[in-house]
Design a protein around this ligand. Structure first.
Ligand code: SAM
Length: 257
């Protein structure tokens, strides 16, 4: 139980406003559902408030944080557990999904092995750090480079250590994305100045408060002076953007005889 309390701990505090700050985006949902493909039963690991769970399948949601579980609104079954120790028999599901969660796991290797054990196919959301490292937000919050975002972010190769990768797809972020993850407001810099928006992003909430305030102030000045638009304003008319999010489709590697 101690390990599980640790896993859910961060979201007991930063997750309180999750359902408000992070409503699922339908365009993101379509891309995830397409990646899930066929299969009747799905386990959603690190399920949070239930975002992106396909409505028409048998879904079991695995989530360690009671606060996140309380905010759920759909009717899917829930289990309070961690990725590293899934309370299911081998092959219990057709597909395992892990969205915006793997970077929070205490032991990524164990969690990925568990995804392979309980489901033959997996859909994981990870990061291409060559792309995320170029995000303009880092110019204003340089500490993001060393805080998780760049250094410790799981990429397709982390998945390939334990699972057989079938496809790596860009997860396109729409211009009016409703789910306030870190890269959601790539064309709307003003949104990053809002306290509620910052509170919904684990990358920004994990920064030292002084660094976060200083970054916000730098960004505010750049927006007010027109400097942000001068340098990045072209983004405002893009129809979608690749912020480095990747959907990795995989299947269980055959076991050695
Ligand atoms: C950013 S939220 C993502 C929730 C949901 N998948 C979504 O797309 O909205 C990350 C979730 O991972 C959960 N989490 C953290 N550590 C975990 C672990 N070891 N095993 C399973 N889930 C974990 C957190 O409690 C939180 O609900």
């Amino acid at each position: 139980m101690a390990a599980m309390d640790g896993a859910g701990g961060l979201y007991e505090t930063i997750g309180r406003g999750y359902a408000t700050a992070r409503p699922p985006d339908p365009r993101i949902a379509n891309q995830i559902e397409e990646a899930i493909g066929g299969g009747d039963s799905v386990v959603n690991v690190g399920a949070g408030t239930g975002n992106y769970e396909p409505p028409d399948r048998q879904v079991v949601a695995v989530e360690p944080s009671p606060s996140m579980l309380r905010q759920r609104r759909n009717k899917h079954a829930t289990v309070r557990a961690i990725a590293e120790r899934l309370p299911f028999v081998d092959d219990a599901f057709d597909v395992a999904m892990a969205i915006f969660t793997i970077h929070h796991w205490t032991n990524r290797d164990l969690g990925l092995q568990e995804l392979a054990r309980v489901a033959r196919r997996q859909v994981s959301l990870v990061y291409d750090t060559d792309v995320t490292a170029r995000m303009w937000l880092i110019e204003y919050f340089p500490e993001l480079t060393t805080a998780l975002w760049d250094v410790d972010a799981p990429g397709p190769s982390s998945i390939g250590l334990h699972l057989e990768v079938d496809d790596v797809r860009v997860l396109w972020v729409p211009p009016d994305c409703t789910d306030g993850f870190t890269g959601a407001y790539w064309n709307r810099p003003e949104r990053y100045l809002e306290a509620a928006v910052q509170a919904g992003m684990s990358t920004l909430t994990r920064l030292d408060p002084g660094a976060r305030a200083a970054g916000g102030e730098r960004l505010r000045r750049a927006i007010e002076s027109g400097d942000w638009d001068h340098r990045h304003g072209w983004l405002r008319s893009e129809e979608r953007f690749d912020m480095g999010y990747r959907l990795v489709l995989s299947h269980r590697r055959p076991r050695w005889p």
